[in-house]
Write a protein that binds this ligand. Sequence first.
Ligand code: ADP
Ligand code: MG
Length: 255
Amino acid sequence: TDDGADLLEVDGVVKHFGGLVANDGVTFGVEEASITGLIGPNGAGKSTLFDCITGVHTPDEGAVRLDGEPIHGLSPTKVARRGVGRTFQTPKTFRGMTVRENMAFAAREQTGETALGALFRPGTIRDEEAEIQATVDETLEFLKLDHLADEYASGLSGGQRKLLELGRVLMMDPRIILLDEPVAGVNPSLTEELLARLEELNDRGRTILFIEHDMDVVMAHCDRVVVMHDGRTLAVGPPEIVQQDERVVEAYLGG
Ligand code: ADP
Ligand code: MG
């Protein structure tokens, strides 16, 4: 939409890797409090776009804005502190930490608290720690991972690890959550669980942008859909409109 109500704006983003153009002028907006699906065939440039939004890459051209403020070129930590949470296609959980430790670690990363700082302000830290632990408990319960709180992340199934990664992101209390293929390779019951949690987060006002290549999942759960193909934005709109777009049908069914 052009009414200025978009929380996240991706504006003509270009990203090259040597001679390859992974993002070739990607443009779309994500409305506040929407669930937006980002779909497109393998190699379309979806994950690269997430990297450009979250500071992993700096776009060669174009802009990314959050609430009207440019965020492209900021470090991943700074982008996260602005309120952009992100999960990766391959979960970045710490396998040698328990579920609870993984969650708390994410929260401490966010406050930027260091061990040295903690030494000088022990009282403050005790309060912060108690608050973090309370949020960890609440979030694990919400994700129905509370029974696994003291398990090592290495012992979780792929799907449970993706839920944990969502949990880590929630610990940072982001305004928008970007998820890279959250249900890929996840068993059907856990997939339903994860999608239900995303819908519930959205009901509470959280903005969600998720990459998914299964058209049916996107159609069932998204308010808006962005279709990428060959590094470009092919179509943007409500799922029922996008689904009938000739270019989309062609890109998916092979033209
Ligand atoms: P998608 O997530 O849609 O499957 P990607 O963004 O991962 O697509 O990749 C888009 C294109 O960019 C692919 O051709 C991929 O090989 C290439 N690519 C992605 N990351 C890099 C990188 N770090 N270096 C070189 N090429 C890359
Ligand atoms: Mg990808």
